[in-house]
Design a protein around this ligand. Structure first.
Ligand SMILES: Cc1ncc(C[n+]2csc(CCOP(=O)(O)OP(=O)(O)O)c2C)c(N)n1
Ligand SMILES: CC(=O)[C@@H](O)[C@H](O)COP(=O)(O)O
Ligand SMILES: [Mg+2]
Length: 636
C-alpha cells in the first residue's frame, strides 16, 4: 500500500524533503483531499482544483514562509492552506470560528497577505519586494494572479510601478480563461492569442528545450538565447509582448499541471533578477469532470455533493417545496421584464453576471448588457457615460466590491447628477465569505454623498417597485441594496407600482417603543414583535423606513412628538454612520428626549459563518431584537 505523502506533510519544509518525482503523488492526494473536503463542506472548488500542481510547485521551489507567496483573491488557496499546517482543521473552512476561506495574516505566517477582493496581489507583492530589498534581505516574492483578476485595473497599476522599481518579484499568471463566468475583455483575448498561437508555441518549446540544455553555458549564453526567444516571440505574436513592454521578463505559456516542469522553470527563474511574469495555463475544476464541464457552476460548489456523480445532495432548505427565490433572481427577472418595455435600460456588471443574475438580461438583451470584467471603477464610470447618452444604466455591483468605486460614484455620477441606478447585491452580512465580502458599509459611505437616493427593500415586492420606479429619468443617482440569499415571499411577482422617494411605511401601530427598520431585517422585526405581543401583550410601533436618504422626516417628526420612551433602529449594516445614525441625527433636530437604541453591525470587522450565525452575534436576529425589546420593557 503506497504511503500517503500528503499526511506526512505538516509544513512545506516536509514537502521540500521529497524527491521531485514524488510530487505527482502529492498532487493526486491533495486534489482528492480538496474534492472530498468540499463535498462535505462546500467552498470555492473549481479554482482550487485548478491550482493543485501550481501550489505544490511553488511551495516546493520557494522557501515559504521566508519567501513570500501572495494569492490574488485567495479563493484558490485551499491547497496552500492544506500544505501549510491546516490540513487537519480544513473541515472548518469558512465555518463560524473556523478557518477563513481566504488567506489571512492573522491565521498563518504562510498567509503573506490578506485577500478576498481581486487584483491586489501584485501591488502587495511589490511592496514586500521593495521592503525586502530596503532591508537588505534576499527574500523572494511571488504573486499568483488569475486571468480574471488581471482584468482589474489595480493589477496594471502594480505592473506599471514594478516596471521602474526593478524589483525581484515573480508574478505567476494563472490563466484558465475563466473568471467566475468566462473571462472577458482585451486582456483575456490577448492571453488566449498568446497561448493558442501554434507557431509561437512550437518556437517556445524548442527554445525552452535549448534554454534548458544550456544550463551549464553560463548566464551570457542563456541571455542571448532568451533575447532570441523574445525577438521571435514578438514577431510571431505580431505584437510586442504586453508584459515585456512593461519591463517584465515574460516566460511561458507553460502547462500549469506539469509539476516537474514548473519546478524546473521556477528554479531557473529564481536566478533571474528583476520583475518576471510566468504565464501558466490551467484548467478550472481540473480532475473533477462536473467542475471541468461547468466551470461557472462549480466556481463555488453549489452544495454538498457526491464526488462520484457530482450530484448535489438536497437538504431540507433547498428541497423542491415552494420557497422564496433569491433577491438576485428577483433582480434578474425584473430587469428583463422592465427592459421589454423600456428600451433605455442597460445592464452593467463587473464580472458577476451569474452571481447577481444579470446573466438573465444578457441572455435576453445581449446588446444592452455588459460584463466589463473585474473592473468596478470602470463599471461605474462606464455607466455614467451611458447615462450621458440617454440610457438608463442598471449597474449591479456587490456592496463590498462597490467599495472599489467610491470616487467614481462621487466624482463621475453624483456630482453630475446623472441618472444611474445602482443595485448593491450582497448588501449586509454575506456569511461564509466573511469580513472581506460583508457589504456592511454602503449605507454609511453612500449617505454622505449629495444627490444620492439610498433605498433598501424589505422584500421582493418592495424591490420590484423600486426597480419599476427608478427606471425613469430624473431621480439622479440611486442605490438599491439587498442581501445575499432569499427574500420572504413565495409569490414574489407582484403588479409593480411606483414608490415615492424618501417615504417610509407604517407596518404596525403601537405605543411606548417605535422600531424603525431598513430593508430585509424588517422581517426579523415583524417576527420579534409578533412574539412580544404574544408573550407580553405589548404592541409597539414598527415602521419600514425604506430609505436612508432621503429619510422620511414626517415619520421622524411624528415619533419625536409621539410620546415614545424609546426608538429602536435595525439595519444590516454598520451602526456607526449608517441608518441608525441618520435617524439619531434627525431625531435630535426635533429635540426628541427618549432613548435611541441602534441595532446592526458593531464597530469591528465581522468574521465568517452562516448569515444566521452572524445576525445572532450582531444581535439583530429575531432573538436579538426580542431580547433588546424585553430589556426595554423592563425599564418602561
Ligand atoms: C474586487 C472584486 N471583484 C469581484 C470579485 C469576485 N470574484 C471572485 S473570484 C472572481 C474571478 C477571478 O477570476 P480569476 O482571477 O481568473 O481566478 P480563477 O477563479 O479563474 O482561478 C471574481 C470576479 C472579487 N473577489 N473582488
Ligand atoms: C471569491 C469571490 O469573491 C466570489 O466567488 C464570491 O465568493 C462570490 O460570492 P457569492 O457566493 O455571494 O456570489
Ligand atoms: Mg481564471
Amino acid at each position: 500500500m503506497e504511503k500517503n505523502l500528503l499526511y506526512s506533510i505538516q509544513s512545506p519544509s516536509d514537502l521540500r524533503e521529497l524527491k521531485v518525482e514524488e510530487l505527482r503523488q502529492v498532487c493526486a492526494e491533495l486534489r482528492d483531499f480538496i474534492l472530498k473536503s468540499n463535498a462535505e463542506n462546500p467552498g470555492h472548488l473549481g479554482a482550487n482544483l485548478g491550482v493543485v500542481e501550481l501550489t505544490v510547485a511553488l511551495h516546493y521551489v520557494y522557501n515559504t514562509p521566508f519567501d513570500r507567496l501572495i494569492w490574488d483573491v485567495g479563493h484558490q488557496a485551499y491547497g496552500h492552506k492544506i500544505l501549510t499546517g491546516r490540513r487537519d482543521e480544513f473541515h472548518t473552512n469558512r465555518k463560524f470560528k473556523g478557518l477563513c476561506g481566504f488567506p489571512s495574516r492573522e491565521e498563518s505566517i504562510y498567509d503573506a497577505f490578506g485577500v478576498g477582493h481581486s487584483s491586489t496581489s501584485i501591488s502587495a507583492g511589490l511592496g514586500m519586494s521593495v521592503g525586502t530589498s530596503l532591508s537588505g534581505e534576499d527574500r523572494k516574492v511571488v504573486a499568483v494572479i488569475g486571468d480574471g483578476s488581471m482584468t482589474g485595473g489595480m493589477a496594471f497599476e502594480g505592473l506599471n510601478n514594478a516596471a521602474i522599481t526593478k524589483s525581484d518579484i515573480l508574478v505567476v499568471l494563472n490563466d484558465n480563461q475563466m473568471a467566475i463566468d468566462p473571462n472577458v475583455g482585451g486582456v483575456s483575448q490577448y492571453l488566449v492569442n498568446m497561448s493558442t498561437s501554434t507557431a509561437y508555441n512550437k518556437l517556445r518549446n524548442d527554445v525552452w528545450n535549448l534554454l534548458g540544455s544550456m544550463n551549464s553555458f553560463g548566464p551570457k549564453a542563456r541571455k542571448i538565447v532568451h533575447q532570441t526567444q523574445m525577438g521571435l516571440k514578438s514577431m510571431l505574436l505580431r505584437s510586442s509582448n504586453l508584459f515585456e513592454g512593461l519591463n517584465f521578463r515574460y516566460f511561458g505559456p507553460i502547462d500549469g499541471h506539469d509539476t516537474e516542469n514548473m519546478v524546473r522553470i521556477m528554479e531557473d527563474l529564481k536566478r533571474i533578477k528583476g520583475p518576471k511574469l510566468l504565464h501558466v495555463i490551467t484548467k478550472k475544476g481540473k480532475g473533477f469532470k462536473p467542475a471541468e464541464d461547468d466551470q461557472t457552476k462549480w466556481h463555488a460548489a453549489p452544495g454538498r455533493f457526491d464526488t462520484e456523480t457530482g450530484l448535489v445532495i438536497k437538504t431540507t432548505t433547498n428541497k423542491e417545496e415552494k420557497s422564496p427565490i433569491k433577491y438576485q433572481d428577483v433582480f434578474g427577472e425584473t430587469i428583463v421584464e422592465l427592459s421589454m418595455k423600456n428600451e433605455n435600460i442597460v445592464g452593467i456588471t463587473p464580472a458577476m453576471p451569474t452571481g447577481c443574475s444579470m446573466n438573465k438580461m444578457m441572455r435576453e438583451f445581449p446588446e444592452r448588457s455588459f460584463d466589463v470584467g473585474i473592473a468596478e471603477q470602470h463599471a461605474v464610470t462606464f455607466s455614467a457615460g451611458l447615462a450621458c447618452e440617454g440610457k438608463m444604466p442598471f449597474c449591479n455591483i456587490y456592496s463590498s466590491f462597490m467599495q472599489r468605486a467610491y470616487d467614481q460614484v462621487i466624482h463621475d455620477v453624483a456630482l453630475q447628477k446623472l441618472d444611474v441606478t445602482f443595485f448593491l447585491d450582497r448588501g449586509g452580512l454575506v456569511g461564509a465569505d466573511g469580513a472581506t465580502h460583508h457589504g456592511v458599509f454602503d449605507l454609511a459611505f453612500l449617505r454622505i454623498i449629495p444627490n444620492m437616493t439610498i433605498a433598501a427593500p424589505m422584500d421582493e415586492w418592495e424591490l420590484r417597485d423600486m426597480m419599476y420606479t427608478y427606471q425613469d429619468f430624473g431621480y439622479g443617482p440611486v442605490s438599491i441594496r439587498y442581501p445575499r440569499g432569499k427574500g420572504v415571499r413565495v409569490d414574489w411577482k407582484n403588479e409593480m407600482h411606483k414608490v415615492a422617494p424618501g417615504v417610509g411605511r407604517m407596518l404596525r401601530q403601537g405605543e411606548k417603543i417605535a422600531v424603525l427598520s431598513l430593508g430585509h431585517p424588517g422581517n426579523f422585526v415583524s417576527e420579534a414583535l409578533d412574539q412580544i405581543e404574544i408573550s407580553s401583550g405589548y404592541q409597539f410601533t414598527h415602521y419600514d423606513m425604506r430609505y436612508v436618504k432621503p429619510l422620511d422626516v414626517n415619520i421622524i417628526q411624528q415619533i419625536a412628538s409621539g410620546n415614545y420612551d424609546y426608538v429602536v433602529t435595525v439595519e444590516d449594516g454598520v451602526i456607526q454612520g449608517g441608518f441608525g445614525s441618520a435617524v439619531l441625527e434627525e431625531l435630535s433636530l426635533f429635540s426628541y428626549k427618549g432613548g435611541v437604541i441602534r441595532l446592526g453591525v458593531p464597530d469591528h470587522f465581522v468574521e465568517h459563518g452562516t448569515q444566521d450565525d452572524l445576525y445572532r452575534v450582531c444581535e439583530f436576529d429575531v432573538d436579538g431584537i426580542k431580547n433588546k425589546l424585553e430589556e426595554l420593557i423592563s425599564k418602561l
